[in-house]
Design a protein around this ligand. Structure first.
Ligand code: ACO
Length: 429
């Protein structure tokens, strides 16, 4: 029997159906609430609001579980590579060998970027944040790759998806090279996705890029761990903007803009800046912990806390191990890693962090992995964006194909002035 919730308003009882997900999580379906009662719900920040039903990613914030299409992220990080995980997210199942080869070849075919787009990069003021550039360049892709009326909608979507997955990576590397005044390195057909990106970033005629399997693996893992995270802020932005039926480039561009913020994808950059500041101040952690706990101080311990995880973020655990592995392989030490580990150790024993359920999130250690493989600090959020792209695309596709799709349009409780008359300017003041 379908379970119901009962709501009593002014003595009248209303029955609301309870929806149960495949992992047993429950939600009260309030889609008829306003029609039946004249009421809406109020949930600032949407912490208690499910905006959709989705079969892509499952996370349990209390138990620290994250699965893509049912497969634990730990297994994917161990055994998969990024492009295979992308296929899984977008198509729902792991590919056969033949499907994966076809998919890789498709991404390869679309990896070049229209040469005229270089003019944009060359004319951005030096010092522009790469996330601002990426967001506008992705929006600009529509102008360079317009819709072809002869194609079916499915053909058009498949082309757009392949272009985005492949070209965003090329655009990111191009933007870095041009910002440094270096020659653009084109994608190579003989390299796989992650190695190709590293080559486009770092190859030089005077110092050819030397591949290291562990570095390539680290990048695969970094991107796999960022590939989707259900209805986070940037994904919600993609779904919301996409719900107006704007083109996919524009919806993804909105996702990049949302990700840029320091409370979301910008946190990986903010963590390293914070660790660097601690290092520059001599490594004393206590003033930073005191500030983080002070209600009157806006400072927060970056890389700590999460809207959904109230335990250790499973991605942070993998990322922490990855820091040790990559640094060991590259025979390097990073003093920021020592500071991060010490900070974690102290914070996890501190009553404030325990009571607030604040644990390291994915960003706490990810910046150290990125630093070790040579990615510049201001490109950290861009690296997150490339990783999250398959998640945004699969969530957009799911919403686009949903027979119950609706324009996203929340309501509000108005708290402004009551009706009053317009006063001509000469009678004001
Ligand atoms: N340092 C210190 N205190 C914190 C932190 C932190 N990092 N995070 C949350 N708190 C405290 C808040 O001050 C608040 O305390 P109070 O209840 O005593 O007033 C309480 O914990 C709840 O905080 P909210 O902001 O309401 O929690 P929310 O779920 O909205 O926040 C967020 C989640 C934004 C991620 C927050 O933990 C934060 O700002 N963390 C630092 C930034 C960060 O690492 N962002 C990356 C998130 S992961 C990602 O997007 C990939």
């Amino acid at each position: 029997m379908e379970k119901i919730a009962k709501l009593i308003v002014d003595g009248t009882t209303y029955e609301l159906p309870i929806v149960t997900g495949s992992e047993g999580e429950k939600a009260i379906d309030i889609s008829s609430l306003r029609e039946e009662t004249g009421l809406i719900t109020l949930d600032p920040g949407f912490a208690n609001t499910g905006s959709c039903q989705s079969s892509i990613t499952f996370m349990d914030g209390e138990k620290g579980i994250l699965r893509y299409r049912g497969i634990p992220v730990e297994q994917l990080a161990e055994h998969s590579r990024f492009v295979e995980t992308v296929y899984l997210l977008i198509n729902g199942d792991l590919p056969t060998g033949e499907e994966l080869d076809r998919f890789s070849a498709l991404l390869n075919d679309h990896s070049l970027v229209h040469e005229d787009m270089r003019a944009f990069f060359e004319n951005y003021p030096r010092g522009t944040h790469p996330m601002g550039i990426l967001s506008s360049m992705v929006n600009a892709l529509r102008a360079f790759y317009p819709e072809i009326p002869e194609r079916t909608e499915e053909e058009e979507i498949n082309k757009t998806v392949a272009r985005l997955l492949s070209k965003v990576r090329t655009l990111a590397a191009m933007s870095y090279r041009i910002s440094r005044g270096h020659k653009v390195v084109y994608p190579r057909h003989d390299l796989l996705y992650c190695a190709n990106f590293l080559n486009m970033m770092f190859d030089s005629p005077v110092k050819p890029y030397v591949f290291d399997d562990d570095v390539v693996k680290a990048l695969n893992v970094f991107w796999i761990l960022h590939a989707d995270h259900e209805q986070n802020s940037s994904t919600a932005a993609v779904r919301l903007v996409g719900s107006s039926r704007v083109n996919l480039y524009a919806a993804i561009s909105a996702g990049i803009a949302a990700l840029w913020g320091p409370l979301h994808g910008g946190a990986n950059q903010a963590v390293v800046e914070m660790l660097q500041e601690i290092y520059n101040c001599g490594g004393d952690l206590s003033p930073f912990l005191t500030k983080a706990k002070d209600k009157n101080d806006p400072f927060r311990l970056m890389g700590f806390g999460h809207r959904v995880y109230k335990t250790y973020d499973p991605r942070a655990r993998i990322m922490k191990r990855m820091c040790d592995k990559v640094l060991k392989k590259l025979k390097r030490k990073d003093p920021l890693l020592d500071i991060a580990k010490k900070l974690e150790e102290i914070a996890l024993k501190d009553p404030y962090f325990i009571e607030h359920h604040l644990y390291p999130n994915v960003d706490f250690y990810s910046g150290i992995v990125l630093r070790s493989i040579g990615i510049p600090l201001n490109m950290f959020p861009v690296m997150f964006a490339i990783g999250r792209l398959p998640g945004w695309i699969s969530q957009w596709k799911e919403s686009h194909e949903d027979p119950n799709w609706k324009l996203h349009r929340p309501r509000q409780v108005y708290t402004g002035r009551k009706e009053r008359d317009y006063v001509p300017i000469e009678k004001r003041g």
